[in-house]
Design a protein around this ligand. Structure first.
Ligand SMILES: Nc1ncnc2c1ncn2[C@@H]1O[C@H](COP(=O)(O)OP(=O)(O)OP(=O)(O)O)[C@@H](O)[C@H]1O
Length: 811
């Protein structure tokens, strides 16, 4: 049944304090009988049992249990063999403290695959009754005395009816009465099974054992069949044998019948009072202690002489091993399924003491930190178009400080370009708030990139409609979004993008434009008719002077398309400037600007020719030229040319091949913005990184602290044969419960706050609160808790059960 072949075991091998605790031991034990291992303390008895029971590894030799080798095999395999074959009674009980007596015993049955509740109940109750613990079956193990715990440990070992029972000092903590009861049970088990017993009490071994092996310093000193002694001289302290007491006096006068037994020398002085049916006894000397013996007391008076226990009395034990025969096929089983795993996890957390519950606040805080940091990192990394895009996304820019009109005209006729315009296309149109008196003198500054309304289709418009004539414009939502953030705009009644539809936008020297539609093309554009571009560029504020008020907005050179003014001024002499480089000036200048003569003002390095005079009641002094001349003036005064290509990529390629300096405005502004943002992103990353690391350390420390107090529990579970996977499950369930109870609310709270913040203009770019960023936060929170939580479990569980227990053995 159990065979050891040249087994060697060392502790602290190759170190100064090396102990050769099992020394070349070979033994063979049959499938029945009670084998007692005797020897002085520290000679290696427990270690030998651990090796046989698969709780510890050997350094050499082989061990077989029930024909199966348990040395040199995986821990899972060893667990299986020992669970199905061995019942272990531990010297220090190894009960699971937070389980009831019943559950401590029942777990052994569940592990060998017994599922039927009734069967479990019958067997557990039977063994508990036999070891005298039935009435305590619902008590938690940590409320039991040492002797009671030992009896539960015995019940657990035998309940599964194992082929081998290993008993390490099973009676070490029992009084003599219980010792005999337990030994009688063990003896009756050994009639059918193999029991290996370690005991210090030689007389017990002599009486009960069928074979006695004596060990010394790890070696077998003797190994003999025990010719059992006749009787067991084992005095039971709680029985007082009255006939062995030397002095006996009797007082019997009819009314009083008192027996007095005394084995002490001194005087006995007592007052006995009987009153109202109660008996009061008072010792006259302080030294005498009085103990009342009644039905509930553990002391028993026996009206006989003490005698050794006889073989017949020993076999009187009515322990019936057959009642423990399991019905189904025995199988090494997991004791937890996903449901019970979670249930146990939540229960464990709920049962935490107050200190541990306070530690849970740490999880709450760290999950808040993690959520904050992750959302912050994503927020600053997530650069959206509206943060940097300033011109129509389809535009490219010809980079040139000064462009010649000839070059400009060449590109104007290029088939690859839909249209071009001088400068960077950015304009600012002022829309005055005329609706209310209070806001009359303020205006909304609509800054955007001038773009062709002809490109729009009805599907691009989210409010209003497409323009129908050249005085109607469409503004993109991106432009308006920036404007409505302003409090003044809101109080002027323009709190929504939609409210801008119908807004009137005056441009100096031109007739008013009306906003007829709002587009949503994520391009910051003001869409107007292409014919209007030159005049808008010449008369509207450019981006730089957008901040200035009033007249500063006027075209700096004072050159105006005469068609815009024909109704305001009257031509007094000459004709309108239909040809390029012709000009009509105010008649007050006629003396120094003679008709049909070149004047000193130049456009495109060419002198203008005065072809007429106008009269204006406002006494203005602008130069009226044709649209081309205005354009030439713009070309020469502005750096860069904005181009709208038919196909951006193809145009860029072509320009690069021709070595023309063009840039993809959208791509470049993105790169530039990213560069500019990097410094702030970097500092955010560092801060968030530090917060994350602090959170990780916090989680690790909390779980580690919590786990250290649990190492013993893990050792106990491993020792009684619970699968490694079940121990992982227990902790997974617990970590899941901790995370759900403590971290999840922290995450939810922080997500809610960040969500609110991210809807405020100032914070909107700082935090990204989307389902997927929050999903990532959750994964990180649960993932980290599992990782750090299972790390100490993993490190501990790799050790043998004996090694885990030896670290925590304080009993
Ligand atoms: N994990 C361990 N690491 C180092 N030494 C150990 C370890 N476990 C036991 N020992 C030592 O090995 C020797 C044998 O210990 P073991 O517990 O097997 O003896 P024992 O005969 O069962 O003693 P006792 O009768 O007191 O229980 C002892 O000297 C003990 O100190």
């Amino acid at each position: 049944m159990v065979r050891l072949e040249s087994v060697n075991k060392y502790f602290n091998k190759s170190k100064k304090n090396e102990i050769h605790v099992i020394n070349e031991t070979s033994l063979h034990m049959e499938s029945k009988g009670l084998v007692a291992l005797l020897g002085p303390s520290g000679c290696g008895k427990t270690t030998l049992l651990n090796v046989i029971g698969g709780l510890d590894k050997v350094n050499g030799g082989r061990v077989f249990v029930n024909g199966q080798k348990i040395t040199g095999r995986t821990s899972g395999r060893v667990d299986k063999i020992r669970n199905l074959n061995i019942g272990y009674i531990f010297q220090n009980y190894n009960l699971v403290d937070n389980m009831t007596v019943f559950d401590n015993v029942a777990i052994a049955l569940r592990m060998v695959g017994v599922k039927d509740r009734k069967e479990i109940e019958d067997k557990v109750n039977y063994v508990l009754e036999k070891v005298g613990m039935y009435r305590y079956r619902n008590r938690y193990a940590d409320m039991l005395s040492g002797g009671e715990r030992q009896r539960v440990g015995i019940a657990r070992a035998i309940v599964k009816n194992p082929a081998v029972v290993i008993a390490d000092e099973p009676t070490g903590n029992l009084d003599s009465k219980n010792t005999l009861e337990v030994m009688n049970i063990i003896k009756s088990i050994s009639e059918e099974k193999l029991v290996i017993l370690v005991t210090h009490e030689e007389e017990l071994a002599d009486f009960y054992a069928s074979r006695i092996i004596k060990l010394l310093d790890g070696k077998v000193m003797s190994d003999e069949v025990n010719h059992n002694s006749e009787g067991l001289d084992y005095r039971v302290e709680n029985k007082i044998y009255l006939r062995d007491i030397k002095e006996h006096k009797r007082l019997n006068n009819g009314r009083y019948d008192i027996d007095f037994y005394n084995d002490s020398e001194g005087d006995i002085k007592l007052d006995i009072v009987v009153r109202n049916g109660n008996i009061y006894i008072k010792a006259k000397s302080d030294k005498d202690r009085i103990e009342v013996v009644d039905d509930n007391s553990s002391i028993e008076f026996v009206d006989a002489h003490y005698r050794k226990m006889t073989r017949e009395e020993q076999t009187e034990s009515n322990f019936d091993v057959n009642r423990l025969e399991t019905k189904g096929v025995r199988k090494y089983r997991s004791i937890l399924n996903p449901f019970s795993m979670l249930k146990k996890g939540f229960k464990t957390v709920m049962d935490y003491n107050i200190l541990k519950k306070i530690l849970l606040v740490g999880f709450l805080i760290s999950s808040m930190f993690i959520t904050y940091s992750i959302s912050n990192i994503f927020g600053v990394m997530n650069i959206t178009d509206d943060e940097f895009v300033t011109v129509d996304k389809s535009y490219i820019t010809l980079v040139s400080k000064k462009t010649s009109v000839e070059t400009y005209q060449k590109y104007e006729n290029d088939d690859n370009l839909k249209y071009i315009m001088p400068g960077d296309s950015k304009v600012t149109l002022s829309m005055p708030f005329d609706d209310y008196f209070q806001t009359k003198y303020s205006s909304a500054q609509l800054s955007g990139s001038l773009s062709d309304s002809g490109k729009l289709t009805a599907g691009d418009i989210i409010y209003g409609r497409l323009p129908e004539n050249s005085s109607e414009i469409v503004v993109d939502k991106l432009v308006l979004d920036k404007v409505i953030e302003d409090q003044m705009t809101k109080s002027a009644g323009y709190g929504t993008v939609k409210s801008f539809v119908g807004g009137v936008v005056p441009v100096t020297n031109m007739s008013d434009f009306t906003i007829v539609g709002v587009s949503d093309l994520k391009s910051p554009c003001i869409y107007a008719s292409r014919d209007m571009f030159v005049n808008i560029l010449a008369n509207a504020q450019s981006e730089e002077d957008a901040g200035m008020e009033g007249d500063a907005a006027e075209a700096s050179s004072g050159m105006i398309d005469y068609t815009l003014k024909t109704s305001d001024v009257s031509l007094t002499k000459g004709r309108w400037p239909v040809n390029d480089y012709e000009v009509v000036v105010n008649e007050k200048n006629k003396d120094n600007m003679p008709l049909n003569k070149e004047i000193s003002q130049k456009v495109n390095d060419k002198k203008l020719k005065a072809v007429g005079y106008y009269k204006d009641k406002n006494d203005s002094d602008f130069m009226l030229v044709n649209n081309n001349t205005v354009k030439y003036d713009l070309i020469r005064s502005k750096s860069n040319v904005t181009m709208c290509p038919v196909d951006k990529a193809a145009a860029m390629k072509q320009f690069r091949e021709d070595k023309v300096n063009v840039k993809d405005t959208y791509a470049e502004s993105e790169t530039q913005y990213r560069k500019q943002m990097w410094s702030s992103i970097f500092s955010t990353l560092v801060m968030s990184g530090v917060i994350l690391i602090i959170s990780f350390i916090e989680i690790y420390l909390i779980i580690r602290a919590s786990f250290l107090s649990r190492v013993k529990e893990v050792g106990v579970y491993r020792a009684i044969g619970v699968k490694k996977s079940d121990i992982y499950k227990m902790f997974i369930g617990e970590i899941f419960a901790i995370t759900t109870i403590a971290s999840l609310p922290g995450f939810a709270l922080m997500s809610y706050c960040l969500y609110k913040l991210s809807h405020m203009a100032y914070f909107s770019d700082l935090f990204l609160v989307t389902p997927w960023t929050m999903g990532i936060c959750l994964i990180i929170i649960y993932g980290l808790n599992f990782l750090f939580g299972l790390l100490p479990v993993f490190r501990t569980i790799r050790k043998t059960p004996a090694a885990i227990l030896s670290r925590t053995d304080v009993n």
